[in-house]
Design a protein around this ligand. Structure first.
Ligand code: ZN
Length: 230
């Protein structure tokens, strides 16, 4: 599908234009850790409040709850159509617009979050992440959705092509998503996830290299939190 999108992009000759950067918001400096047992009773409440257009194709309750706890930090996404599905990936998670976005109005667009269920490919089993880290990781994916939902179809198409072809665009996008996650009050959660990644000896060389190149390091996350919250 990605190839098809690129082909469409090339045929139309659309020039990648300046995309609208997600609106700046004040940073939330809460440093509490999330524990699964503290939130499990809130599942029904979360599903009622945010679940109307969400399709979670998993029986993993911990993952589902982490999805909603993270989502509660992104009010703009509460009325968006978002699905979550387990899939074999070369990263731990991935966020993307549904490929049919090109034939849909922006308001009807839906988004997908994939979670890797094949640890062989990356060395990371998402089930080994603490609940807190899982919330941070999903929060990073929601930050991407905030970005995508600010773009019209033409901008989104241009963005996808730039992300695929231009290594700098990937780095810019991933670091921006990390910063947005911190701003949303999930800095400690993001840090927990990155710390797990760094400590994990099973992570593939390739994945480790890509992470280092494109994402905020533990030190950088701490620096952003400190700069904003001291
Ligand atoms: Zn990302």
């Amino acid at each position: 599908m990605r190839i098809l999108l690129i082909a469409i992009f090339l045929v139309l000759g659309i020039v990648y234009s300046n995309r609208i950067v997600a609106q700046q918001i004040h940073i939330d400096c809460d440093t509490a850790h999330f524990h699964y047992s503290d939130y499990i009773d809130s599942m029904a409440f979360y599903e009622k409040r945010m679940g109307e257009k969400k399709h979670l194709n998993t029986s993993d309750e911990r993952l589902t709850l982490a999805f909603y706890v993270a989502l509660s930090h992104y009010p703009e996404l509460h009325d968006k159509r978002i699905s979550l599905r387990l899939k074999s990936l070369v990263s731990t998670m991935q966020a993307q617009p549904s490929p049919n976005f090109i034939v849909k109005r922006k308001s009807k667009r839906s988004y997908r979050i994939f979670v890797n269920d094949n640890p062989e490919l990356t060395g990371i089993n998402y089930q080994d992440l603490s609940f807190n880290a899982l919330v941070g990781w999903i929060g990073h994916e929601f930050a991407h959705l905030i970005d995508y939902s600010s773009m019209n179809n033409r901008e989104l198409l241009g963005f996808i092509a730039a992300y695929v072809f231009d290594k700098r665009e990937m780095r810019k996008t991933e670091r921006q998503a990390d910063k947005e996650t911190i701003k949303r009050g999930l800095g400690i959660q993001l840090l927990d996830g990155v710390a797990f990644f760094e400590k994990n000896k099973k992570v593939s060389k390739r994945y480790r290299k890509r992470k280092k190149k494109n994402y905020l390091s533990e030190e950088e996350i701490i620096a952003v939190i400190k700069r904003n919250c001291d």
